[in-house]
Design a protein around this ligand. Sequence first.
Ligand SMILES: [Zn+2]
Length: 297
Amino acid sequence: MSDKLTKAITKDGFFKISAVVSTETTEQARKFHNSTPVATAALGRLLTAGLLMGEELKEENAKLTLQVSGNGPLGRVIVCANSHGEVKGYAEHPDADLPLKPNGKLDVGGAVGRGTLSVIKDLCLKEPYIGQVAIQTGEIAEDLAYYFMQSEQVPSVVSLGVLVDRDFSVKCAGGFIIQVMPECDNKSLTRLESSVGELMSMTEMLSNGMSGADIIKYAMHGFDLELLGEREVGYACDCSRERMEKAIISLGRTEIDSIIKEQGEAEIVCSFCNTAYKFNAEQLESMKLIASEKTKS
Ligand SMILES: [Zn+2]
């Protein structure tokens, strides 16, 4: 993992800021999914948000899922993150393509379409926390800011950017989230709003070679900052042959039986990293046996 995430707080405690450079993470996703530029941009922005939000999970084994379900050509975009700086994700149709917008930018909003944004936090309690809002623009950052306000009642500034190179590889990716703490006064809030309005875009900051710490200092210029540290983050998939076996077993005896009869073997491809797991008839038979035992008990 070679991407870095930096956190800070203003000394008055009014604002919390995290910034991440997620170029490697996004390029890894693009390689796994062989995605078009617009799909890379959409998934990259959501992966970046996943890294920033995953960092906020306090519990050791907590997990975060971000799901953008729009009616655009990309289909669903899903990102899973944890509190250890790991993230993974995929778009249902990574080959979706759209013409550039009149301003020359990738049409992420058009590729996502309208629908819902869901945030699922599994905090290792009985029930996961689920927040859902309507997609506002499909550009991801605006939708997340809307989510923070509506579902968590935390006014936030969210900036996410992915720049795709001519050869379709990821030139740079990153983002920041500024969250307004409840004790913040109106004067400081107005000051933040006016300074944020004048910032260059995320991809400009990244193109200038800014690190997470640089982005925080730049976005929060004029505020007294305390940097809270930096950590390495990156793309990581935790799929395994054992997990895929469990998934097959959970299909149940009848379903496994029909796979054996119709296909003679099974291949499951991980949606997150495209690793293919193959199971022959003999292996499927033994899984069928486990499935039948489970039904009996
Ligand atoms: Zn995988």
